[in-house]
Every structure is written in structure tokens, then in C-alpha cells.
Ligand binder design. Structure first.
Ligand code: ATM
Length: 255
């Protein structure tokens, strides 16, 4: 169901599955399910597992990530990952611009076709990172988010919660494994690549602020959030997610 076209080097563009709504879909209306959490929480892996499970259970689904999946979003992603931006409000506008484009070009049309959309990061990333993490006033972000997504709102937000000390260990372990499997020339560029990722280089206190922000939001809106302990094994995390998503599907199933 997921189809990506690479039209430029490193550019991941989203295209709708050709079979669109032609296959059987047990839902009349697509659901919007968002994933949130810090770096190293296993979000991307769990998003992929969920979209595969949904498709196998007869729910037409697609997976997108933020920022990205539109020509503009991929440029924003490249910029954010490699360049330093001095003003957090400028960064906020960039994320919102990429999101607005993704909503219009992909998410809204998919939901209209009855396709369920899984999004790897959405509005709550901006609240957690730019708001709690970098001090952009939360009411400013709320206003921008409202303008950006209009009346789209997630049916469920899954928070993969992990202590930043633990996720840092995971990230470092993965970097070491990747580095040891590369030859010397490639080693250098890979390390440069990781060092260029300014988010992974933020202080531990920043990552703790982001985590606390997420937990505060999740605890304030328990009915539309699910907090899953990301320290558990990949399959246990996937099982917890599926239990919660299955409940959501059962309440939306067409008769
Ligand atoms: P990943 O998709 O690899 O998680 O990277 C995107 C980065 O952009 C991520 N970095 N970390 N850690 C979080 C950051 N981000 C924001 O700061 N605000 C946002 O609104 C979004 C969507 C992402």
C-alpha cells in the first residue's frame, strides 16, 4: 500500500497506491493515527509494523512522515537535519509549512477516499520540540497548528515513551554498529552525517523537556492518546499498539 517515488536523489515523494479504494476496506472512513516520541524510541519501525498489520487486517492504509513526503516537505527535512536555525520560531514556521502541504496534498485526499493514514510525527512534535523544548509560546504554536491542519485532528496519538538516557544509549549503539560495518572512507562520511544531525546533538536537558512535554499532553488527553513504554521489546511494543488500534477500529467498523 505504501508507494514512494524517488524523483531526485534522497527525495522521498509519496504517491497514492494505484489500487486506491479498489481493494476491500473494512472502514468507510479513514482514520488518522499519529506517532510521537523522542529520537531512538523506535517510532519508524512501529509505524511500518502497524501499517502492514492494518493492511493485512483489511484496513486500507498509508504511512507518511513529517517533515516529508511532498517535494517541499523533503526539502524542509533536508534543511532541518543539516543546517542550524537560530530562531525557534523560524523553525516552527518551517515545520508548519511542510505540514500544511502534506495535509493538503496527501492526508486530506487519503482520508476522503476512506484510507487510514499513519503519520510519523504530527502537530504534537512541534509542541514538544519547539514549545516545551525550545520555549516557543504554546499558544502561538496552538494557533499555527490550527491554521495548518484546520479541522483535521488525530483519532489516536501513540506516544512511544522512553527515558532519553536510554534512547541515547540505543542511538550510540546503532551508530557504532553501522560505523563498524563500513570501510574507512565511508566511516568518515557516516560520522559526519550523524554529527550533522543537530537534534541528536541537543543537550540531555532538551530531550528531557521534550519527553516531559509529551507526557503532559498525553496525560491531559488520555482518551485520544496511548502511552506505550518504548523500553520494551519491539514485538511487545507492537502488541500494545495493536491492542489499542484494534479497539479504535472496532468502534469505526462498517456494519
Ligand atoms: P525524525 O523524523 O528522524 O525523528 O527527525 C525529524 C526531527 O525533526 C526530529 N528530531 N529529533 N530528535 C524532531 C524534529 N521535529 C521538530 O522539532 N518539530 C516538528 O514539528 C517535527 C515534525 C519534527
Amino acid at each position: 500500500m505504501i508507494s514512494k517515488k524517488t524523483s531526485e536523489k534522497n527525495l522521498q515523494l509519496f504517491t497514492f497506491p494505484k489500487d486506491g479504494k479498489s481493494s476491500k476496506n473494512i472502514l468507510d472512513k479513514g482514520l488518522l493515527i499519529t506517532f510521537e516520541g523522542g529520537e531512538g524510541s523506535g517510532k519508524s519501525t512501529q509505524c511500518k509494523r502497524l501499517v502492514n498489520k492494518l493492511v493485512s487486517e483489511g484496513v486500507n492504509s498509508i504511512l507518511v512522515h513529517e517533515p516529508g513526503n511532498t517535494p517541499m516537505g523533503e526539502q524542509v527535512r533536508k534543511w532541518i537535519k543539516s543546517k542550524s536555525i537560530k530562531n525557534p520560531i523560524a523553525e516552527t514556521y518551517l515545520f508548519c509549512a511542510a505540514r500544511a502541504e502534506l495535509c493538503k496534498a496527501v492526508i486530506e485526499p487519503a482520508l476522503d477516499k476512506g484510507i487510514t493514514v499513519i503519520v510519523d510525527r504530527f502537530i504534537h512534535s512541534t509542541i514538544a520540540y519547539q514549545g516545551y523544548g525550545k520555549g516557543v509560546p504554546l499558544d502561538v504554536i496552538d494557533q499555527l497548528n490550527t491554521i495548518t491542519i484546520k479541522d483535521l485532528s488525530p483519532d489516536l496519538t501513540i506516544l512511544l515513551d522512553i527515558d532519553p538516557d536510554l534512547s541515547t544509549q540505543r542511538i550510540n549503539k546503532n551508530i557504532n554498529i553501522e560505523l563498524s560495518s563500513l570501510n574507512n572512507n565511508k566511516k568518515k562520511s557516516k560520522r559526519e552525517n550523524f554529527e550533522g544531525n543537530k537534534y541528536e546533538n541537543m543537550s540531555m536537558s532538551f530531550h528531557h523537556k521534550v519527553r516531559n512535554g509529551y507526557l503532559e499532553m498525553a496525560n491531559e488527553q488520555r482518551s485520544s492518546w496511548s502511552i506505550v513504554g518504548a523500553h520494551q521489546s519491539e514485538s511487545r511494543v507492537a502488541d500494545s499498539i495493536w491492542k489499542r488500534v484494534k479497539r479504535l477500529i472496532d468502534t469505526h467498523k462498517s456494519n
